[in-house]
Write a protein that binds this ligand. Structure first.
Ligand SMILES: Nc1ncnc2c1ncn2[C@@H]1O[C@H](COP(=O)(O)OP(=O)(O)OP(=O)(O)O)[C@@H](O)[C@H]1O
Ligand SMILES: [Mg+2]
Length: 503
């Protein structure tokens, strides 16, 4: 009997031991790793067990990093602070959470860094929640078509390259061609329109960002705008994370049914930060030394911009990513990637800029692939003729420079085109309501300005705008409600414009 019992006990013990060996050991309190290499912006950490992708790591001096490359023995970390206090052999711990960002309505009017720390002197950030900066984009079934316009207040954009809420419209051009100016004007134009704005600076000069903030304040746009800032002096890890943080904040507002406009200034620098990190972490380089997944990185970021269906609150996230080209080469790697990811582009030409044709939008090379459907109906009465007249003009302009004798028709087309070009000029910080734009564009189409010099048009425009407010209140409402204007109304607008010439 005791022998049997002994046997049973022995068998039970073996079975138990065998069963226990099949279960992997539970990671108890997670082991700290050690720094084995520190480079500019990155560190390699050995023996860090069970770490997650994008997990926050904390170094001995308190500096934070992001687990980027996960290998069996070595974790490649991207530093989110200075590497000055990190020595080799130092301890590194995983925080068991991914990078996140504070989200709240109270972030309007604030300037923060990519981690959500305040950079203004307005005290701590009080947030309802923290959202992970890397989130999957809303699914196809949650998305609604883009149906409502996002007014930029810039004539050439609203009339010829209209943007819709939820659209991604690329702004691209060489350096100093007015890219930021277009985006900032679009933000300024949202005053009183119930659109929350986010300006995200990526690796820009601090002085350039300070200028944008000062402009936003001066034109009353700061109380509905959040600035997420990373400057060229920040480690590449912070520059890389900034747009994700901005997107999370935008998604938070969108999830609450709000309309949001995000400016990403600019993704060229974002791509460069990612290239720097990838090369330091020895990921294989591809075209122009960018890592192969840069397309995926940008597509995934911009996918998050959308218009949600009514049952999800109907909010929208419109993104204006900016890209800097070199020597007008829009077929370089990053610009072509972004052109194919976005729903259109506004191309700024350095030649037009040099000639003082501002904003320097090259209409022929710009396109909006979804915005046209959202345009207010009144615009449709003017944009067709405007586009036609302008493209004919651009074609003829090149020839007319040779000084050949021109026939009457050609001369007329050129004269009209020069005036349309003058009409599409617009000063910075001077966004215009739709009704004013239409008043001016109707006049241009009907040849009201043909009798005056292009330089005089600006002054007449101002008179037309003043009169519009006095005489056409009902028409303004009609235009803003998206109603069509009939021929009589168009005629009365043109007549009003004509009267302003004589004054
Ligand atoms: N419509 C405009 N009217 C007058 N000046 C303008 C206009 N648009 C831009 N500018 C001026 O042109 C200059 C360059 O503009 P901006 O900084 O927007 O260009 P950018 O392409 O963003 O430059 P960077 O490549 O340095 O970022 C600025 O001094 C700006 O004030
Ligand atoms: Mg700029």
């Amino acid at each position: 009997m005791t022998e049997d019992l002994q046997k049973i006990l022995e068998e039970a013990e073996t079975a138990f031991r065998q069963a226990r060996e099949k279960v992997p050991p539970k990671p108890s309190a997670r082991q700290a790793g050690t720094v084995s290499y520190v480079g500019s912006g990155i560190a390699l950490v050995s023996d860090l067990q069970g770490v997650l992708v994008d997990e926050i790591l904390v170094f001995a001096d308190g500096t934070r990093g992001l687990a980027f490359n996960l290998d069996r023995d070595l974790t490649g970390a991207v530093l989110l602070g200075s590497s000055a206090g990190i020595g080799s052999g130092g301890e590194v711990r995983g925080e068991n959470r991914v990078l996140d960002f504070p989200v709240s309505e109270s972030l309007a009017g604030r300037v923060v860094d990519a981690l959500g720390n305040p950079l203004d002197a307005q005290g701590a950030i009080i947030a309802d929640e923290r959202w992970p900066v890397e989130r999957p984009a809303p699914g196809i079934m949650d998305r609604a078509p883009v149906t409502e316009p996002l007014a930029s207040g810039i004539k050439v954009v609203d009339a010829l390259i209209p943007i819709g809420r939820g659209q991604r419209e690329l702004i691209l051009g060489d350096r100093q061609t007015g890219k930021t100016a277009i985006a900032v004007d679009a933000i300024i134009n949202q005053r009183g329109r119930d659109v929350l704005c986010i300006y995200c600076a990526i690796g820009k000069r601090a002085s350039a960002v300070a200028k944008v903030i000062a402009d936003l304040k001066q034109y009353g746009a700061m109380n509905y705008t959040t600035v997420v800032m990373s400057s060229e002096d920040d480690p590449p890890g912070l520059q890389f994370s900034a747009p994700y943080a901005a997107m999370s904040l935008g998604e938070y507002h969108m999830s609450r049914g709000r309309d949001v406009l995000i400016v990403l200034d600019d993704l060229t620098r974002h791509a460069r930060a990612y290239r720097e990190l990838s090369l330091l972490l020895r990921r294989p380089p591809g075209r122009e030394a960018f890592p192969g997944d840069i397309f995926y990185i940008h597509a995934r970021l911009l996918e998050r911009s959308t218009h949600l269906r009514e049952e999800h609150g109907g909010g929208s996230l419109t993104t204006l990513p900016i890209v800097e080209t070199e020597a007008q080469n829009i077929s370089a790697y990053i610009p072509t990637n972004l052109i194919s990811i976005t729903d259109g582009q506004i191309y700024l030409s350095p030649e037009l800029f040099r000639k003082g044709i501002l904003p320097a939008v090259d209409v022929g090379r710009s396109v909006s692939r979804v915005g046209g459907k959202t345009q207010l109906a009144a615009y449709r009465a003017v944009t067709g003729d405007l586009k036609l007249a302008y493209s004919q003009f651009e074609e003829l302009e090149a020839f007319s420079r040779f000084g050949t004798r021109l026939d009457e028709d050609t001369r007329k087309t050129l004269d009209r085109g020069r005036r349309i070009r003058a009409v599409l000029k617009q000063k910075q910080y001077n966004p215009m309501p739709a009704a004013h734009q239409i008043g001016i564009l109707v006049a241009a189409n009907q040849g009201v300005f043909d009798g005056i010099e292009p330089e005089e048009i600006g002054a007449v425009e101002e008179k037309i705008r003043k009169n519009f407010d006095q005489e056409f209140e009902a028409l303004t409402r009609k235009i803003e409600n998206g109603e069509k204007l009939d021929d009589k109304e168009l005629q009365s607008l043109a007549e009003m414009a004509r009267r302003q010439l004589d004054r």
